[in-house]
Write a protein that binds this ligand. Structure first.
Ligand SMILES: [Zn+2]
Ligand SMILES: [Zn+2]
Length: 1013
């Protein structure tokens, strides 16, 4: 047998197998490098990658989603000839990484980290980043993402750190940097404050103690205030009780003061306005531990919806409490230290955590007779997003950047950004309008060292670069391994004001400083000279060979044309980038953003390791393949949550199989026919109407898909592809089978080849493996990879012709529905049909007849078959019971009026849902099917001639099934043996049947069988 022209395809694709094979070929052939070389000097498309946190040791499917979208659009732009940056980024410092290392080492507090040693701790953190970045790179490559692996940026490089320093120095010069003394959400385990953007989404349902506590009034013997709290540990820090000055309060019989509104069924004595209680003094619940004065203060926000209407105020333990303390000059008592444990000054409470203290406090109150009531209270309460410890409030000195001046500038900059989906831009606006000053300091170790050196003389020194640090260092430079704790802490600088040595504050920076500076640090914003492989400094040394570009490069590539991340990045990476870019340049760092919602499991639940419903990307690669994952990701509308899983993957595989079979159909028959296409002759002549239609349909697909990509909406591309695939396989191939089968219709081969090749090019960005695999099957002398073939240039499609065939397909679909209503098999020919409301289909009578196996067809004027109205009994019955027969008759006789969508009959006004609209065929006894303004009527009556023809079709079908079962080749000729009973059928239709089943002879025998001739 001669060598086939096209490599034959198996019945179905082995996705993981062919993907591994493609990876190896891309590697061996240097496909990605060739692509970049090909596009060098082309128009620029600047993409900037948002860094992935390098703290996990395998790629998550969530991350794979984002990476797929990035890759899809970069690949699309590459097909369009754009020169691009392909730099991947790793977020490589901050609490995520610290917490992981702490866990690995079994360290449970900051004290234990310090005992372990900060140098070694820093090395362990770096080690996590190294291992994680290797694993994430492996996973991303397996996913098919084309990036400049090995030239990644790492946010812990000294380069990155220096650029954040520069930004902070600018902020300081503009007087926007300040140290705030305020109450802040605090994680006692991590020992640091939590900033506003870290809090969103961290509220969980919790049951906390609910206490009603009696506070004896000093000048009113026997009388008490009753306050309510859900945080017992804050009671020792109580300094005031707040009342609503406008609400009414009263005294219960037992002497307890409460708000009347909270005790509506009780007889209260001595009712007064809250304002009258203001100034009363009382004994605190723990005056034996700490001596402070306590009094009643007014507060308009005291709610009458819970508690007693009197609120316990502990300024050291709550934001509003702290603000009230400022207003009313109250003492601020801070009961717990950084790790959330009571200070020694709190007597028997000392060393207890806030949770441990709760029980002891409740017991103590009970002993003292101060506890009115204790229970549990369910509420939403914030916890630490990293370690899930419930947060507390502490007063802390944190470093802030004021957003007072920046807010409007950021809003203006955001107005220049094109957001997809659009509402995410509005979310950014909302965030910008409502965010507070940026709390940038964290009391941790493995993070950006804040370059703040306050001097005893009162001057704050802010260092803006490594060079400046070197110039002003007093000592310690020789051991400065990295710009990082602990080394940097040993380098004091000379104060610019007084010349004395000043020490760095111990705090590190919010990780979003690290990520937000990327459009500057990686593009060489303030770099005079390009330094080859110069980016990898400090901790990044040896991990990346990325260049440190120069200012000219930055000017070319900034701002980014496009960035894409999950919606939650609005208040994180998108925000921090925008913030820093507005500070440094006054403009937005990106022109367009594609955001997307969350990933859930296929049943719509959040994915959690502890629920056993997470899917590691490696499993997905093995069980579904990267292309199948990429299809799911690409097809997902970004404004909805993605339900990811193996169920949806099977759905995708089924669709992909249809495409695979279309290619296989071509390959099998083209090998038989000896069809050998040339890349030069890609555009077919297409003289046959059906061929011409497929060419136009393909052009339309290319144009529509391009529009989808240009809108940054891959789901639109996938929707177009599914419609195209349906037209290709269920119309073109099905209707053209015979032309391939008979073997010599070169025009059909050329047309189908064209369609397949062009659709591979359109899909290449989304399904890079499968398309390239099939490309190498179909292309004999063209570009070696679909990824090097460029975007297909096609002429404007003939939309008129496409409209006609769309109408034909609609008529055929309705015809099938009508047949199925009548219960007549599709193989049985029918005599006649009528088509209403589809004038565009009129020129294609022949196709419709063939498809529906109908002898005659009439195209009727008018839009629809007649509609008959009948009363909808279940709806109308209860209302109009006795009148129904009269209404029915009047409707049948057409004795009714239409009025604003209602029907008036027999004096009753009937709404649309009170009526059934029944389509009735115009011709008596015919069956009808309708969709909108198109309808089809079929005559289901059969005569002997039609029945015999139906039997012939039935026989052809059975024989062809047998051919398949017996494994005959497409071209094998047979001798057909039929039972004697079929002699009448063979006498009339013998020649036709022989031709259809490739029989050279018909014989008679016991039963139907066939023999190879
Ligand atoms: Zn924590
Ligand atoms: Zn000084």
């Amino acid at each position: 047998m001669r060598e086939p022209i096209f490599q034959p395809l198996p019945d179905k694709p082995d996705h993981p197998g062919l993907e591994q094979e493609m990876l190896a070929r891309w590697d061996a052939e240097g496909t990605f490098a060739k692509l970049r070389e090909q596009n060098r000097g082309g128009p620029r498309f600047s993409f900037i990658d948002g860094p992935v946190t390098a703290n996990r040791f395998s790629l998550g499917v969530h991350t794979a989603w984002g990476r797929t979208l990035k890759d899809v659009f970069q690949r699309y732009k590459a097909l369009r000839g754009y020169e691009q940056r392909y730099q991947n980024g790793f977020d490589s410092q901050g609490l995520w990484i610290e917490v992981g290392v702490e866990r690995e080492l079994g360290l449970n507090s900051k004290r234990e980290i310090e005992e372990f040693g900060l140098e070694e701790f820093a090395r362990r953190c770096r080690d996590v980043v190294v291992r994680s970045s290797e694993a994430l790179t492996r996973g991303s490559i397996r996913l098919g993402q084309w990036m400049d692996w090995g030239k990644d940026y790492f946010t812990f490089s000294d380069t990155n750190i220096e650029y954040v320093w520069r930004m902070l120095k600018v902020v300081h010069e503009r007087d926007w940097l300040y140290m705030g003394h305020r109450s802040t959400e605090w994680c006692p385990r991590c020992g640091t404050s939590i900033s506003q953007h870290e809090l969103i989404g961290s509220y969980v349902d919790r049951a906390d103690p609910s206490l009603y506590v009696r506070l004896p009034l000093l000048d009113r013997p026997g009388e008490h205030l009753v306050v309510w709290t859900t945080t017992p540990w804050t009671l020792p820090a109580n300094v005031a009780a707040a009342v609503n000055p406008d609400a009414e309060y009263g005294r219960r019989k037992n002497g307890e003061w409460v708000a009347s509104a909270r005790y509506p069924n009780e007889e209260l004595q001595d009712r007064r306005r809250g304002a009258d209680l203001v100034g009363w003094t009382y004994r605190g619940p723990f005056d034996d531990l700490i001596a402070v004065d306590h009094r009643v203060i007014p507060w308009d926000d005291v709610s009458m919806n819970e508690g007693t209407g009197i609120v316990h105020i502990a300024p050291g333990c709550g934001t509003e409490d702290f603000e009230l303390a400022q207003v009313h000059g109250l003492e601020v008592v801070q009961p717990v230290d950084e790790s959330g444990r009571f200070y020694d000054s709190f007597g028997w409470l000392h060393g207890l955590s806030t949770t441990e203290a709760a029980e002891q406090i409740i017991g103590n109150l009970e002993e003292k007779g101060a506890l009115v009531e204790a229970g549990l209270h369910e509420h939403r309460y914030p916890e630490c997003w990293r370690c899930h410890t419930p947060l507390i409030f502490r007063i802390a000195d944190d470093w802030f950047i004021s957003v007072r001046v920046l807010r409007q500038q950021m809003l203006d900059a955001n107005a220049t950004v094109e957001w997809t989906p659009e509402y995410m831009g509005k979310r950014m606006d909302d965030w910008l309008r409502n965010m507070g000053d940026w709390n940038i300091s964290r009391r941790r170790y493995y993070g950006l060292p804040l370059p703040f050196y306050p001097c005893a003389c009162g001057h704050l020194n802010v260092i803006g670069s490594r060079r400046e640090l070197e110039e002003r260092a007093v000592s310690g430079l020789d051991q400065l391994e990295e710009l990082r704790r602990p080394w940097i802490d040993r380098v004091p600088v000379r104060c610019a004001e007084c010349g004395d040595p000043a020490e760095r504050i111990k705090e590190v920076g919010d990780v979003w400083l690290d990520a937000g500076i990327v459009p500057f640090s990686t593009l060489g914003w303030q770099n005079d000279e390009r330094v080859p492989e110069g980016y990898g400094t400090g901790a990044a040394r040896g991990l990346t060979t990325a260049d440190l570009p120069d200012r000219a490069y930055w000017e070319n590539w900034f701002p980014a044309d496009w960035v894409s991340e999950m919606r939650e990045q609005i208040r994180l990476w998108f925000y921090s980038q925008l913030f820093m870019s507005v500070v440094l340049t006054g403009q937005a760092p990106f022109r367009r953003v594609l955001g997307y919602e969350k990933m859930l499991d296929e049943t719509g639940r959040e994915m959690h390791a502890s629920w056993g419903n997470t899917i590691p990307a490696e499993d997905a690669f093995e069980r579904m393949g990267a292309d199948v994952m990429r299809w799911q990701f690409a097809a997902q509308p970004p404004d909805r949550n993605l339900l990811f899983g193996f169920g949806p993957a099977d759905e995708v595989k089924r669709k992909l199989l249809t495409f695979w079979h279309s290619v296989k159909f071509f390959v099998d028959y083209a090998n038989v026919a000896g069809f050998r296409p040339a890349w030069d002759g890609l555009e077919p002549e297409a003289a046959e109407p059906l061929d011409r239609w497929l060419v136009e349909r393909t052009r339309a697909f290319v144009a529509d898909a391009a529009a989808g990509y240009e809108r940054w909406l891959a789901p639109d591309v996938m929707r177009d592809f599914e419609a195209y695939l349906d037209d290709l396989s269920n119309w073109y191939i099905r209707r053209s089978r015979r032309r391939f089968w008979d073997g010599h219709d070169a025009a059909a081969f050329a047309t189908l080849w064209y369609a397949l090749v062009q659709s591979l090019r359109v899909l290449a960005p989304i399904l890079p493996f499968l398309t390239d695999h099939l490309w190498r099957v179909l292309i004999l002398d063209g570009p070696e990879s679909v990824h090097l073939a460029g975007w297909p240039e096609v002429a404007e499609p003939d939309r008129g012709l496409l409209g006609e065939i769309a109408a034909v397909r609609r008529v055929v679909e309705l015809g099938r529905q009508a047949r199925s209503t009548s219960g007549i098999k599709l193989r049985q020919p029918l005599k006649q049909m009528s088509v209403f409301g589809a004038p565009l289909a009129k020129g294609h009578e022949l196709e419709i007849k063939e498809e529906l196996r109908v002898k005659n067809i009439r195209f009727e004027q008018g839009s629809v078959a007649e509609v008959r109205l009948k009363p909808n009994l279940p709806v109308i019955g209860p209302r109009l019971g006795p009148k129904i027969p009269a209404i029915r008759t009047a409707l049948e006789r057409g004795q009714f009026e239409r009025e604003d969508g209602y029907v008036v009959v027999e004096g009753e006004r009937l709404s649309p849902d009170e009526l059934i609209r029944e389509r009735i065929p115009i011709s008596e006894g015919w069956v009808v099917a309708a969709d909108g303004d198109v309808s089809v009527e079929l005559d289901p009556r059969l005569d002997d001639e039609l029945v015999l023809e139906g039997e012939a079709y039935e026989l052809i079908h059975r024989v062809n099934s047998l051919r398949k079962e017996q494994g005959l080749e497409l071209t094998d000729r047979i001798v057909l043996v039929v039972p004697e009973a079929l002699r009448g059928l063979i006498d009339v239709h013998g020649d036709w049947i022989e031709g259809e089943v490739l029989a050279v002879e018909v014989k008679y025998g016991e039963e139907l069988k066939l023999e190879r001739s």
